[in-house]
Write a protein that binds this ligand. Structure first.
Ligand SMILES: *Cc1c(COP(=O)(O)O)cnc(C)c1O
Length: 432
């Protein structure tokens, strides 16, 4: 498979180069030259495939010859080595739970796939690859866990002091081995600015082979398609297709779903469920796209004013607003409604939503109300324990830490505290 830059002024590259570079030299996002067709044989007999076999068959055309088939099979098998259950909440709404991975958020799949691909590509290289990443919460944990113990790669994570939840901080700071956490006495924007400066710095680039692990990397973006295939495997009525509501921030996840649909996966309709950071729903309503400044909300993993993957959604539909609108609707959900939804769904159906899943639930319920006879699912992107304050305030109950996460609390937190300045980061990187 060849990938082209959406800025159209950089040469095409294969999967390896797209994954290693992250972004094209002209700063564009990489996009596959052609969209592969998933064979009818797979779609019509989807329940006969194991999830490993299915994942391998879906990813193979995107990876091409960059990774030998045997190795790719191993990589996808390790990537999806946990359940993705579709759990009914009401008669018409189910929840595809994407939080059963090691860090309890859906980003595990992308991070695990990417880390194993980079691990493979760095074999036989004498210079270690250093992944530098800024996080507002979930990305850092998924990346840390995904890269833990991967040979030839080290990870340095910058996170804003006091702005990530306790479970998220434990996930970032207790890995050890090839993972180092830096607690920055500033905001997420400070962390991101420090990382950006590091990538531009000549001295650091001479010492380190730096790469990023953000969601625009094709190796993180593309495997997210798998959720939608796993959902279809479990969808009870393959004649009556599901409406799929996706809590969206940077639009990587939903764009992967739209790509899966374009390659042949049957889906009735997609819903982009956003908090008040709603540049895309606004575009869907009006036809005019205006990136905004991000506003803080209770569904903070979606506090994105200018979603980086929206340009890929546009490419998929040839920038045609009419065509996009046929496949995708957008909803804006306030914090108050998000909290009411968590409370209402808990009281009525005894299902605990996290704030991101609640945004999707409200959007889907609204859509189904105006489209009677349809059924759908939400993607539940994080475990409620990652957002304990909001969830327990809404349900009136403590959120219980699942047994898989208990171990975190017995681990020792290790991090280096740093001022929010690039010069401090640079000095530390050059002296270690
Ligand atoms: C990252 C994240 C999102 C947003 O996903 P995008 O692919 O950026 O749209 C939604 N929910 C949770 C819990 C997340 O961590």
């Amino acid at each position: 498979m060849q990938y082209f830059s959406l800025n159209k002024t950089a040469p095409d590259v294969d999967f390896k180069e797209a994954a290693v570079r992250g972004q094209a030299p002209d700063k564009g996002l990489y996009f596959p030259r052609r969209i592969p067709t998933v064979e009818k044989e797979i779609i019509n007999n989807i329940t006969n495939f194991s999830k490993e076999e299915l994942a391998f068959r879906i990813m193979l055309p995107y990876v091409g010859t960059a990774i030998p088939e045997k190795v790719l099979y191993q990589i996808v098998s390790e990537t999806i080595d946990f359940p993705f259950p579709l759990v009914p909440i009401t008669e018409n709404i189910s929840s595809l739970e994407l939080f059963h991975g090691p860090t309890m958020a859906f980003k595990d799949v992308g991070a695990r796939f990417m880390s194993r691909c980079l691990g493979y590509f760095s074999r036989g290289q004498d210079k270690k690859v250093t992944v530098l990443v800024a996080t507002s919460g979930d990305t850092g944990g998924a990346v840390a866990n995904g890269f833990l113990g991967v040979e030839g790669v080290e990870v340095i994570i910058l996170y804003p002091s006091g702005k990530v939840s306790p479970v998220q901080e434990l996930q970032l700071t207790t890995c050890g081995q090839n993972i180092t956490a830096l607690e920055v006495k500033g905001s997420f924007d400070d962390c991101q600015a420090m990382v950006k400066d590091a990538f531009m710095d000549a001295d650091l680039n001479a010492h380190y082979s730096l790469t990023s692990a953000n969601s625009i990397n094709v190796a993180r973006w593309l495997p997210q398609q798998l959720y939608y295939f796993f959902a279809y495997q479990q969808w009870p009525n393959q004649q009556e297709l599901p409406v799929v509501a996706v809590p969206s921030g940077n639009f990587g996840n939903i764009c992967a779903g739209l790509l899966a649909q374009a390659s042949g996966l049957p889906v009735k309709h997609f819903i982009a469920a956003c908090n008040v950071n709603d540049a895309v729903p606004e575009y869907l309503r009006t036809g005019s796209y205006q990136p905004k400044k991000a506003v803080a909300t209770v569904s903070n993993a979606m506090d994105v004013g200018s979603p980086s993957n929206f340009i890929r959604v546009m490419e998929l539909f040839h920038n045609d607003h009419t065509d996009i609108s046929k496949h995708l609707s957008g909803y804006t959900v306030s914090d108050a409604v998000t909290e009411q939804t968590i409370a209402g769904v808990f009281n009525r159906y005894h299902y605990v939503l996290d704030p991101h899943g609640a945004v999707a639930y409200h959007a889907l319920a609204d859509y189904l109300y105006t489209h009677p006879g349809m059924k759908g699912m939400i993607l539940e992107t994080a475990h409620p324990v990652k957002f304990p304050e909001t969830v327990s305030a809404a349900t009136g109950k403590e959120v219980t830490v699942p047994p898989e996460a208990q171990y975190l609390f017995s681990r020792k937190k290790q991090r280096i505290v740093m001022e929010p300045s690039f010069s401090g980061l640079k000095e530390w990187l050059l002296q270690r």
